[in-house]
Design a protein around this ligand. Sequence first.
Ligand SMILES: Cc1ncc(COP(=O)(O)O)c(C=O)c1O
Length: 424
Amino acid sequence: MKKSTECVQAGYEPKNGEPRVLPLYQSTTYYYETPEELAKLFDYPKLGHIYSRISNPTVSALEAKITALEGGVGAMACSSGMSATLFAVLTLANAGDNIISLSTIYGGTYNLFAVTLKKMGIETRFVTPDSSDEEIEKLIDERTKMFFAETISNPSIIVLDFDRYANICKKHSIPFAVDNTLTTPYIVRPFEFGANIVIHSSTKYLDGHASAVGGILVDGGNFEWDKNPRFKDFYTPDPSYHGTVYVEEGGNAAFILKARMQFMRDIGAIMSPFNAYLTNLGCETLHLRMERHSENALAAAEFLSSSDKVEWVKYAGLKTDKYYPLAKKYMDGKCGGMVSFGVKGGREEAAEFIKGLKLIKQVTHIADVRSCVLHPATTTHRQLSDEDLIKCGISNNLVRLSIGIEDKDDIIEDIKQALDKIKR
Ligand SMILES: Cc1ncc(COP(=O)(O)O)c(C=O)c1O
């Protein structure tokens, strides 16, 4: 199936007489006639549902849709993007291990890596997009378990050079995990460019309507876990799961099986069936929305570039943008709805602009059908020091716009009148 068809159809196939639309199975439990049947499920969880902390039919259908869209071998829907990222790390790393991450990432993820993982004994070694291959490779040791980056970084709008990082990861046999939230598989499928694990905050474009918080972890099935000395947990029996050997039980989907059977089972941050139902509904129009987000955002970025109230604009769809060649290479020039720009001046002028907007509302969110705005330095990234803000690519005058799917003339008119109100 082509991507657009997968958006609409993948993940649910009704049998004769069953509902045409994916049903909402709002049930925690599943009935089995005999103890033997249920016992078998504990040995082979892939055969059916036991309890909705581990899996649920509505949630599974969404997982199947995203697996198809990303071209992976399995997925696990989580209660948030943050929990999906945490599960990715915990499935790979134990206390005493380390991961490497680009520092230009969403502020919440930065904090998870820099502060919370540290408390769990997992160290994050941050690099910047300007770090050389040599500098990155120097940080890799036998306890390095993952390299993490975002396809388009939030909010610094840097496009990931997949080939470069995939080569480093391959050379050192470490998995390459990519947060594909801001692009979605409609625009880019990271597995085609060497990623091994994909993470989504489905709260954003996948749902697309700002209705359901969620996250999705996807297994590319393209990493050799077996016999890799870094990942003994994958090919030796897991005593906490009656001796299961994940590479034997899960085959090339060993990663996602381990994530579910160790961490979803023990922690339970699974997506609720209702949120999976809503997210699946959102995905049915993902292809249409991403085209319109990309078209509108390019128009807004072009307008901003022509304004004398604006110092700089970051949108990789602009031919003048530093990341335009990478956007062309990996995304066919479609860049989604996120645009960052620097208002001439600083925090005060950024606040004036936001107060002047009428249609575009200030919300702590991005990537839904409605255009919205935020000043990251004083909100989402508030917890970061000035030094860390710079590492994340955030200046005091950076305004983050998430361009929606309204009429682009209305969006531009709103931006124009708010810029006109700035006194400076
Ligand atoms: C790129 C990216 N990844 C992950 C997250 C975290 O996702 P959630 O808010 O669903 O936990 C966000 C949230 O804004 C994000 O922008």
